[in-house]
Ligand binder design. Sequence first.
Ligand code: PEP
Ligand code: MN
Length: 241
Amino acid sequence: MNEKIRSTSGPFLIAGPCSAETEEQVHSVVRDLADRNLAHAIRAGIWKPRTRPDSFEGIGEVGLKWLVDAGRSVGLPVATEVANKHHVELALQAGVDILWVGARTTVNPFTVQEIADALSGVRIPVMVKNPVNPDLELWLGGIERFEKAGLSDVVAIHRGFSVYKHPKYRNVPNWEIPIALKERRPDIAVICDPSHITGKRELIAEVAQKALDLNFEGLMMETHPNPENAWSDASQQLTPE
Ligand code: PEP
Ligand code: MN
């Protein structure tokens, strides 16, 4: 994936819904992104790490087939989040092409290690989101756990850092942290996720532009056919258009 990202002219774009909701929703957004030539890879959450227990926690295993079939039908690789070894087994069985670990997983070295061990001997790209707290070493450590398990194709995703009641962002960018990561690991592509940084679609363009000005290699954007009615992260998703 690092090679593909670097050989792509312009930023590498990963797009798709926060969560897979229905078969029709997944196929519709994937078709639309492909028709408009807007994505190099597709994302969709199958298992969602939600802050409060009564939120939609992801459609689960059944959605893996929707995602993989939709990706295959347009010839684009598909990515989903894995947060334990059971997710890894199911995602690999279903044929998911790229895995990512979320910000709430990267904070926990035991969980990252469990996922890395479950992937030992598997050749698949892994994207590691920054931890929710602004800790460069923890982010690097998560990346290294995958590398030590033999996964040589690791990409970093910058999705911002938690703070209490920020007036502008859902997660503050702290640009110096991904910049430092790039300095420490120039071999690793860094993709910016302006959807989770901003939490609001109106701010996505300015944050995406800033990331590109800083020479980030790509963007991950949440896109939904009908963002206002999304089952998760409604205020930050865009239509493919
Ligand atoms: C997501 O990508 O939908 C997600 C849950 O992101 P994060 O881990 O960055 O919160
Ligand atoms: Mn989301």
